[in-house]
Design a binder for this molecule. Structure first.
Ligand code: NAG
Ligand code: NAG
Ligand code: NAG
Ligand code: NAG
Length: 495
């Protein structure tokens, strides 16, 4: 049953800065790939393709870059925002980190997930959703139309995304994700997978991965509901976690008894190289990201290597250091500016793909020279959900939130006792055949029962209806940062 239930937690630590993009005059397409060595010997590859079309009011609808099918979708259903994702495997928060604003801050659960915000009167939102799921299943994959059924989707008010009334959310957690889902998604790119970074998407390599999540996100200002008219933006991302094959060198043991991480290159993980950018792309870049934890380990290595007088700034600018070596010199090194972590920062090595070609393809290699052990930054809370009581018919659902090690120190920034507060939302959808007794809600803080109102700032419950609609619970919690664990329990019967 746990797989049927959906649970999402939005940690509202970084208040997302609204990007008030200026009204643009031209269409634009950019492609980028971020590669990141993970602490558990795997590699993260995060592809991001962005297409932007200027507002119809000023530009018309003759698009060269923006996919026509999606432009029509936005117009027909008056979509303000929409996200569709296909995910296979579970994101491993502990090993791969839970706090990387660049690639993994919003890891998706397995299966198909769709949400959309419509710019239509509230009484038309359900009809628009149904028609949209119908059209999407023609565009992408036949199963999306299962989300048409009122038992399969819900109408969160604010707990999921801050839109009131006009948002619908549905998921198919058991849906198997396969190559058939990728093909229509690639067709939306101006060069498809025939040129540019998408040529790396070799199906067997990607589907062999430990996790992959393919997403499509649309946002538009076409219907005058926002002050800034920026047109339509389409973001397509594909996140994959791959295991580079271990070469014989990696089995060598070092004095510290640790094992060298497997080295990799684009051709070794994807079986392909990049023979130039997509000619229609306004920019085409590849980034290698070195996490803060790895950077600080490398810094220690470097200091041991060069003596204590080592120049730290120069060190971070090098792509050939005591820990690893990149086969190509980057065009630029970008260092995170973070006042809370002035000692070590995330470093990005940037490569421009402009000048590569068939005769000189881009095949970046990452070679480890010394075994390095590090850990990824963790999200402030680890969330889990389980059932209590005997049998499946009657029992209780528990949602448990545990503070992770304060590795990032962010929420301890404020040292004055009790003034540091952690705010987050819990959004829980329950299938109609599980009757949850919401009045039985109990809150345990650090194991002790507490008054619900002391920690819950806001709550909205919409009970399930037999064979009609699922139950939805939205909750805004506010906790002092010193709290170690919070458990919410609710009793239920299974119909
Ligand atoms: C992006 O490139 C396309 C095709 O080459 C071009 O038509 C368009 O003007 C460019 N857009 C911007 C914002 O530079
Ligand atoms: C949904 O589709 C039906 C049948 O094609 C149509 O009659 C109706 O107007 C559509 N509603 C919306 C809100 O798009
Ligand atoms: C550079 O590294 C040395 C040795 O690790 C350290 O003592 C010093 O504070 C660092 N300097 C800066 C500016 O980070
Ligand atoms: C690409 O080649 C052009 C022409 O030779 C040159 O001006 C430009 O700087 C090169 N770009 C990069 C990123 O190397």
């Amino acid at each position: 049953m746990a797989a049927v239930l959906r649970f999402l937690i939005a940690v509202l630590l970084f208040s997302s800065i609204a990007t008030a993009s200026l009204s643009q005059e031209e269409e634009e397409f950019s492609e980028e790939l971020l590669l990141k060595p993970l602490a558990d010997r795997k590699v993260l590859a995060h592809f991001h393709f962005e297409s932007k079309a200027p507002p119809t009011r000023t530009y018309g609808h003759h698009h060269r870059l923006f996919p026509k099918a999606l432009y029509q979708l936005v117009q027909k259903f008056r979509i303000r925002e929409m996200e569709l994702s296909f995910t296979q495997g579970r994101w491993n928060y502990e090993r791969w980190g839970g706090f990387d604003p660049i690639s993994s801050s919003n890891a998706k659960p397995p299966g198909v997930e769709l949400w959309a915000v419509f710019d239509v009167p509230h009484d038309l939102v359900d009809a628009s959703w149904k028609n949209l799921t119908h059209t999407l299943s023609g565009l992408f994959c036949a199963s999306i139309n299962f989300l048409e059924s009122s038992t399969a989707y819900s109408a969160p008010d604010w707990g999921f995304q801050p839109f009131s009334g006009s948002l619908r959310y549905g998921s198919l957690p058991r849906e198997a994700v396969c190559t058939e889902n990728l093909t229509p998604w690639l067709k939306l790119l101006p060069c498809r997978d025939k040129a540019g970074l998408a040529t790396l998407m070799d199906r067997p390599s990607i589907y062999r991965g430990f996790y992959h999540s393919q997403r499509l996100r649309l946002s538009s200002t076409e219907f005058g509901s926002t002050e800034v008219e920026s047109g339509i933006a389409l973001d397509q991302t594909l996140t994959v976690v791959l295991q580079p094959t271990t070469s014989h060198r990696a089995s060598m043991t070092y004095s510290s008894d640790s094992v060298l991480q497997p080295s990799w290159s684009l051709s070794s993980i994807f079986g392909r190289k990049v023979s130039g950018r997509c000619v229609l792309a306004n920019s085409s870049n590849v980034y290698v990201q070195v996490e803060r934890g790895l950077m600080s380990e490398l810094k220690i290595l470097h200091a041991e290597d060069e003596g204590s007088g080592a120049d730290n700034l120069t060190f971070e600018k090098t792509w050939n250091n005591p820990g690893f070596e990149l086969s190509i010199a980057p065009n630029r090194v970008i260092k995170e500016v973070n006042i809370l972590h002035d000692e070590t920062s995330i470093v990005l090595y940037e490569y421009l793909i402009d000048n590569y070609s068939n005769s000189e393809p881009f095949d970046l290699g990452f070679t480890w020279k010394f075994p390095v052990v590090w850990s990824s930054p963790q999200a402030p809370l680890h969330a889990s959900r389980f059932l209590m009581g005997s049998g499946n018919e009657r029992g209780a659902i528990a949602i448990s939130l545990k503070a992770t090690e304060p590795s990032d120190g962010l929420w301890f920034a404020d040292t004055i006792e009790n003034s540091c507060m952690l705010r987050f939302n819990v959004f829980q959808v329950v299938p109609w055949y599980v009757r949850v007794y919401f009045h039985t809600l109990q809150v345990f803080v650090d194991g002790k029962p507490q008054s619900v109102t002391d920690f819950i700032e806001r709550m909205r419950i919409s009970p399930s209806e037999d064979k009609v609609s699922p139950g939805v619970m939205e909750m805004a919690l506010k906790l002092p940062c010193c709290v170690k664990s919070v458990t919410l329990t609710l009793e239920f019967d299974k119909v």
